[in-house]
Design a protein around this ligand. Structure first.
Ligand code: ADP
Length: 476
């Protein structure tokens, strides 16, 4: 099977969140199963800088009135997965983020930028593919490639089947209907049974309507998005398509995230010997200016700082926990108000709280290894990867029972417990569960059982990649 995996970010070329990790590790796992899988990504400056040995495989027009684009071909750095880069400098070579400019606003031409990505994906999946390779499956990810299934269905030529994976329903890519024309979409598809959503052109809705199959990144989230509370207005469409929706839990890259070999760590450890983890904690405390104290429970957060992640709730419980002797390390960026409040907390608790507001891959690995307990109290979480990294690094996570957190973390009260799970999105409940995690931490034997359960848990891609392959086979 020839599979085109379309994504707007991929580690280690460009990453803002979990989508980049999945876009690196799932195609590699599919390649490991013997499939011909290739990536399609936008040619951001960072991507062009980091990718070596690129060659031009085609130059062609995408939309009328727009300059021609180039398609470059290369291999992903660590995995060797083939990657096509959509080289359209006018749209992708920009300073600042892939979706937003520096002050945090969306690029005003995002519809054109990702409409173009979607259109090129559809071209590579149709009989008129400009490169002599035609995908059997176009696998789209989130709204940025959501128009591809629409372009595929609207083309007259023989074309690929499409799969739409929802990594986060909260991001929908809704734009003014004036974009229909520049994006070569016929007025007839601007309909409730098409790309229209509350009077706007919705990329995600288009994907959900036109794709042959819809996948989301955990079985629990697949059920949750069919409810009014979590369906963001698309629950009706998902209910109609219920038979085509499935949940496949994300895995993680077990080589990239392995405390026994992680190049970002100085002290390595595994299930046979956890002792060097204490050295990672000491190094982290020292590096971040925290009191070097082996006994203080060190709580870790690596996250986008957003309401979704429940980090405002966490702020409410922290003073009591810190006064009780805990320490906190936070790495993340996001909503200005949350960034400010966490930085203020660090000022109020020198030596006990460290807050780093930036993206730092190495530090994120060091926190996974050096913290004692990882905090992820998300209000909703389609899958979440950090709780799996935490488990793999012997840093049991505190999570809310929602989405992929519910599917991947077993509560400490169970014999195979790997973390600490609470139900209500409520600060008092969160406080109670963190207190109970700290209580376990103080009972070395009990805590080690939870750590080892987590480290032994299968969080790799094997089973999930097979589920994706089975799905592709079924629709092809
Ligand atoms: P989401 O995709 O919703 O942001 P996930 O838990 O699925 O959440 O994935 C987040 C990914 O981004 C993880 O690999 C996490 O380590 C990483 N990450 C988030 N914020 C930062 C940061 N400030 N620095 C480094 N890595 C980060």
């Amino acid at each position: 099977m020839k599979i085109l995996f379309v994504t707007s970010e991929v580690h280690p070329l460009l990453k803002t969140g979990g989508l980049a990790d999945v876009s690196a590790s799932l195609p590699a796992a599919l390649q490991g199963l013997g499939e011909d899988v290739r990536l399609l990504i936008p040619g951001y400056s960072q991507v062009l800088d980091k990718l070596e040995s690129k060659r031009t495989v085609a130059t062609f027009g995408v939309f009328s009135g727009q300059p021609e684009v180039r398609l470059l071909s290369a291999k992903m750095p660590q995995t060797g997965v083939p990657v096509y880069v959509l080289d359209a400098p006018l749209y992708f070579c920009r300073v600042a983020g892939p979706y937003q400019y520096e002050l945090g606003g969306d690029w005003p031409d995002n519809a054109m930028r990702f409409g173009m990505l979607s259109k090129v994906a559809a071209m590579l999946g149709s009989a008129s593919s400009p490169i002599g390779w035609q995908a059997d499956i176009v696998h789209c990810n989130d709204w940025q490639s959501g128009l591809a299934p629409a372009y595929l269905q609207l083309t007259q030529a023989a074309h690929a089947k499409s799969v739409m994976t929802i990594h986060n329903m909260a991001f929908q890519g809704n734009f003014d209907s004036n974009w229909l024309k520049p994006l070569d979409l016929p007025q007839s598809c601007f309909d409730m049974h098409g790309v229209e959503f509350h009077g706007q052109l919705s990329f995600l809705k288009a994907g959900l309507h036109y794709a042959d199959r819809i996948v989301t990144v955990s079985p629990t989230y697949a059920r949750e998005i069919q409810t009014t509370e979590m369906g963001y207005g698309l629950q009706g469409l998902l209910a109609v398509r219920n038979g085509d929706v499935s949940g496949i839990l994300n895995g993680i890259d077990e080589d990239e995230w392995d405390p026994a070999t992680d190049p970002h760590l100085t002290a390595h450890y595994d299930v046979g010997d956890l002792a060097p983890k204490a050295e990672g904690k000491r190094a982290l405390q020292q590096r971040l200016g925290l009191e070097v104290n082996a006994q203080s429970p060190l709580l870790g957060v690596v996250s986008r700082l957003t309401y979704q992640k429940g980090l405002d709730m966490l702020l409410e419980c922290l003073p009591k926990l810190l006064d009780g002797g805990a320490q906190l390390v936070v790495l993340g960026s996001g909503e200005a108000d949350l960034e400010k409040r966490y930085l203020q907390l660090a000022e109020r608790y020198p030596g006990r709280v460290s807050v780093t507001v930036r993206f730092d891959e190495a530090l994120s690995h060091q926190i996974m290894a050096g913290a004692d307990i990882f905090l992820m109290p998300s209000r909703f979480e389609p899958c979440g990867l950090n709780q799996m990294y935490g488990m793999r690094y012997g840093t049991p996570p505190v999570v809310r029972r929602t989405g992929g957190l519910a599917d991947s973390v077993a509560d400490a009260s169970l014999p195979d417990g790997t973390g600490f799970v609470f139900d209500e999105a409520d600060a008092a409940m969160l406080y109670r569960v963190i207190e109970s995690a700290i209580g376990s931490y103080r009972d070395k034997k009990q805590f080690e059982r939870i750590q080892l359960n987590g480290m032994r848990r299968d969080v790799g891609w094997r089973s999930s990649a097979q589920q994706y392959r089975d799905l592709y086979r079924m629709i092809v």
